[in-house]
Write a protein that binds this ligand. Structure first.
Ligand SMILES: CC(C)(COP(=O)(O)OP(=O)(O)OC[C@H]1O[C@@H](n2cnc3c(N)ncnc32)[C@H](O)[C@@H]1OP(=O)(O)O)[C@@H](O)C(=O)NCCC(=O)NCCS
Length: 207
């Protein structure tokens, strides 16, 4: 398990690229994001919201919004993907992941603003989440999605995920992948920082 510096979450930010090369920043959610994040969720199409939250909601219930903001609580983490428009940082995606120590796995869900879907941001964010999972020492990543969610299923299939029935809900399918790539192939700040903290935990050789 990686140790987090909760007083300095900015250092775990990454810059990804959309298919056409636009910069997309991925960073942990901060308290100042509460309103923009809620507006982002409200602005999603009904279908995207349904697919992401597995139910007909028009916005994040207050308790869920609070959990989004409370990064690290109960080993659950939220990130936003942002782009700069006219000098303003704008949320174009989000993801939430949870570390399950007992199964050494990371469970995640994500969404991309409808106007930005199909630009390769989902794929880049998924890869980033795999790197963040590797930083925990997790061996597997997985998520559950509606069987009808063709975009997510296509994205997961292309990214090498295997599919099984989701335990307890026939409407869902589980996509799962072993983290077998070398983390250096999928660099992210979380992994680099975890590697540094592991190194500094090794006692110096007796000389
Ligand atoms: C699923 C989702 C995250 C994909 O993000 P995205 O940024 O649009 O995906 P990308 O542009 O990176 O596309 C990656 C791959 O996904 C698949 N894909 C994406 N959109 C697709 C579509 N409309 N139809 C078919 N396949 C699609 C393709 O295989 C694509 O690869 P390609 O471009 O080489 O063909 C996005 O559609 C979304 O936010 N949906 C609503 C929320 C949701 O369903 N979340 C999943 C819950 S876990």
């Amino acid at each position: 398990m990686t140790s987090f510096r909760f007083d300095d979450l900015k250092q775990y930010s990454d810059t990804l690229r959309s298919r056409s090369g636009d910069a997309v920043k991925v960073r942990f959610v901060e308290p100042r994001d509460a309103e923009p994040l809620q507006n982002y969720v409200r602005s999603l199409s009904t279908r995207s919201r349904y697919n992401r939250f597995l139910g007909a909601i028009s916005e994040l219930p207050q308790t869920l919004l609070e959990r989004f903001i409370d990064v690290g609580e109960a080993e659950q983490f939220s990130v936003v993907a942002t782009m700069m428009f006219d000098g303003f940082e704008t949320i174009v995606g989000e993801a939430r992941y949870a570390f399950h120590a007992e199964t050494s796995s990371i469970e995640f869900g994500l969404s991309i603003d409808d106007r930005w879907q199909g630009h390769g941001i989902g794929r880049a964010l998924l890869k980033n989440l795999e790197c963040r999972a590797a930083s925990f020492g997790a061996e597997h990543v997985f998520g559950d999605t509606l069987r009808s969610n063709e975009q997510m299923i296509a994205l997961a299939r292309k990214a090498g995920y295997a599919f099984t029935a989701s335990p307890g809900d026939w409407k869902l399918v589980r996509f799962e992948k072993s983290i077998d790539v070398e983390p250096r192939d999928i660099p992210c700040a979380s992994w680099r920082l975890a590697a540094i903290s592991r190194q500094s935990a090794i006692p110096p050789l007796a000389g």
